[in-house]
Design a protein around this ligand. Structure first.
Ligand code: FPP
Length: 239
């Protein structure tokens, strides 16, 4: 068994399933959408703290491809929140030289949001201290289907042969290309599922589940998750 060297105790890439906004609000007698608004505040706090702790990449599952099926009013509130977030908070991140990118099917968003996503990615592309990846209208299976189509087309165009397809070929075709695999996945709210999040990329990630609802998740809770990660013994070369 190999224990982690000190510098390996901080995960380089943390992926977070931010769950429990609705229950947080309902238990307080508030509309579910209030939970999302509070959850957006948590995003700010957690990103700030992750950067401080030396984490280099944070991927946030902000809206799944399934979330479009939620009540119209809830989807509208979430869209307004994302739009506001991209206008104000992302501007703040840009000032702090944070790289921001998006994964997921952005074509399903209104034109102005798509333009903003492209603009943010372009403007922050050269920053490499801290990278925030927002998963919006994201589903891992959809992403993998898109990657398979991409690879099939490349084979048809004779860019490479089927026998040359390897892990790297798939990595390059996914929307997460260029981003290292997550080391730690955190899911809040007590659910213990992956819910179609980064299925390929988290094959060897440590999984951390906490009962805390996302709006209540704070800096100390992130520290506890990091600590739990640091205590786990990763036996490299083993499963
Ligand atoms: C899951 O809670 C959360 C979401 C579907 C939305 C996540 C959005 C935010 C945290 C706010 C905005 C984010 C950004 C990046 C600005 P849920 O509604 O499924 O909660 P429940 O399981 O208790 O119903």
């Amino acid at each position: 068994m190999i224990t982690k060297p000190e510098d390996d105790k901080i995960p380089k890439h943390v992926a977070i399933i931010m769950d429990g906004n609705g229950r947080w609000a309902t238990e307080k007698g508030l509309p579910r959408t209030e939970g999302h608004k509070e959850g957006a505040k948590t995003v700010k706090i957690i990103l700030e703290h992750a950067k401080k702790r030396g984490i280099k990449y944070v991927t946030l599952y902000a809206f799944s491809s399934e979330n479009w099926k939620r009540p119209k009013e809830e989807v509208k509130v979430l869209m307004d929140l994302f739009r506001k977030y991209m206008k104000e908070d992302v501007k703040e991140l840009q000032k702090k030289k944070v790289r921001v990118s998006f994964i997921g099917d952005r074509t399903r968003f209104p034109e102005d949001m798509q333009e903003r996503m492209n603009e943010v990615e372009r403007e922050t592309a050269d920053y490499n201290d801290f990278h925030v990846i927002l998963a919006l209208s994201y589903g891992a299976r959809d992403d993998m289907i898109a990657a398979i189509k991409h690879i099939a087309l490349d084979v048809m165009d004779r860019k490479y042969m089927i026998s040359n397809i390897d892990e790297e070929t798939v990595n390059e075709a996914l929307s997460t290309h260029g981003i290292p695999y997550p080391d730690l996945v955190i899911r809040t709210s007590g659910e213990q599922r992956i819910s179609n999040f980064l299925l390929w990329e988290i094959a060897y990630a440590e999984l951390y589940f906490t009962p805390i609802y996302w709006p209540d998740f704070n800096e100390q809770d992130l520290d506890i998750a990091i600590e739990a990660y640091g205590r786990r013994n990763r036996r490299f070369g083993a499963v």
